[in-house]
Design a binder for this molecule. Structure first.
Ligand SMILES: Cc1cc2nc3c(=O)[nH]c(=O)nc-3n(C[C@H](O)[C@H](O)[C@H](O)COP(=O)(O)OP(=O)(O)OC[C@H]3O[C@@H](n4cnc5c(N)ncnc54)[C@H](O)[C@@H]3O)c2cc1C
Length: 378
């Protein structure tokens, strides 16, 4: 991949701050275009949204237009990057959204009639066909929407794998434990007072409630959303596709209009937390399951059990009673655009001459990151 991209940044120096997936992809694409890269990260080991996510590279539910186009491009880029960096754990496993009633089936039928159904890789599977494609599903469902374009990566190890790859270029200088505390034209200052200047400076600071990043985004049209997640002990068999349940139709913009038309209201707690089931098996066999959605606010540090009880029950329903016990839980926060303009998919702003801040890709940032990075340097 690094060898096939034009060298439009040849000889230039790029400073990237933030080593989540957005910052790491910007570092990768800057190197690929011939730049040398200095990459700063506040934490000794990045522990933001990226390492907490499912690793779903999710095309199926994207909104028609720029969001879908970017997701399709990003999915291909992930696959391409995996040729050079196999340890990102890319797998073109597809997804199945399980259907349990007539209303959910009506949503699927509408989705199948769209012009872009083929491009999304949609196929309606009856129960037998679902089980044939994913024999680990031994629970209750009547059919499923397969999406061949969905994929997955290993979110906890992908960043390290990408950094190792970049280090081999000899043009990549990674500086963990360096917090950005100031911006200057074409440069930044870290907490030790050291200035890092470049031809381009890209800030990918994710969503935090305190410090420089919080102040930077204080007046911007962004909201922070908190999600609950959990992981089971190893399943003991392979989940050959990612899975979702029919509640996910409510929350993915590509389905939401049909869901509004056909689905009944969710029970109050599920509605309050915007609960859906998404599930991805990690390479070690455990199932990452989630998720909820609530505004992240100062002082909110606990996670409640009841919302995750609903998600666990939904997972057990489709996987079957042998689903192993949950062995760990966590929460994560992402930045999402408030009231995006048509076609606006993420937040990008020049905050000083030569210094751009990029965030706000919401629950699709893992999916979109390579395509966003590609756009930044076009
Ligand atoms: C629980 C959860 C599940 C999700 N699941 C998916 C999914 O399956 N698929 C998908 O497409 N998207 C998913 N998302 C969304 C996706 O994870 C995010 O959009 C994406 O990871 C954001 O990447 P980022 O690099 O902007 O942020 P982060 O990963 O949070 O990285 C930001 C980095 O910047 C660093 N930083 C912050 N401030 C400073 C500073 N002042 N100086 C230096 N460094 C700083 C932080 O330490 C951090 O390492 C999920 C999100 C969550 C929370």
């Amino acid at each position: 991949m690094l060898h096939e991209i034009d060298q439009t940044l040849d000889g230039q120096r790029v400073v990237v701050v933030g080593a989540g997936v957005l910052g790491t992809m910007h570092a990768l694409f800057a190197l690929a275009r011939g730049a040398s890269v200095v990459h700063l990260e506040r934490d000794l080991v990045p522990s933001g949204a990226t390492v907490r996510n499912f690793g779903l590279i999710w095309v199926s539910g994207r909104a028609v237009g720029q969001e879908l186009a970017l997701a399709q491009r990003a999915r291909d880029l992930w696959e391409h990057i995996a040729l050079d960096v196999p340890d990102i754990g890319f797998r073109a496993n597809g997804s199945i959204t399980l259907v349990n009633n007539l209303h959910e089936l009506q949503v699927v039928e509408k989705a199948l009639l769209r012009d872009d159904a083929h491009a999304r890789g949609f196929e309606l599977l009856d129960r037998d066909a679902v089980v044939k494609r994913n024999p680990a599903l031994q629970g209750v469902f009547v059919s499923g929407l397969f999406c061949s374009r969905d994929a997955a990566v290993e979110s906890r190890t992908a960043l390290g794998a990408l950094r190792s790859f970049m280090e081999q270029t000899g043009h990549y200088d990674y500086l963990p434990g360096r917090e950005l505390v100031g911006i200057e034209d074409n440069g930044v200052v870290d907490h030790r007072g050291i200035h890092h200047g470049g031809d381009h400076v890209i800030l990918c600071l994710g969503a935090t409630l305190s410090g420089f990043a919080a102040e930077l985004f204080e007046d911007e049209p962004l909201r922070r959303v908190r999600l609950y997640m959990a992981e089971t002990e190893p399943l003991g068999r392979t989940l050959t596709t990612s899975i979702a349940n029919g509640d996910s139709f409510r929350y993915y913009p590509g389905f939401a209009a049909f869901a509004n038309e056909f689905l009944e209201r969710q029970p109050p707690l599920a509605a309050d937390y915007a609960i859906q089931l998404l599930c991805q098996q990690r390479l070690h066999g455990g199932l990452t399951i989630g998720d909820t959605h609530e505004p992240e606010t100062p002082g909110l540090f606990e996670t409640l059990d009841r919302p995750m009880d609903i998600i666990e029950a939904a997972a057990r329903l489709v996987i079957g009673p042998e689903m192993p016990r949950i062995e760990r839980r966590w929460s994560g926060v992402y930045h999402q655009l408030r009231d995006p303009a048509p076609g606006e998919v993420y937040f990008c702003k020049e905050v000083a001459p030569g210094v751009s801040a990029i965030t706000g890709a919401g629950g699709r940032g893992m999916t979109l990151a390579p395509a966003i990075a590609e756009e930044s340097f076009q």
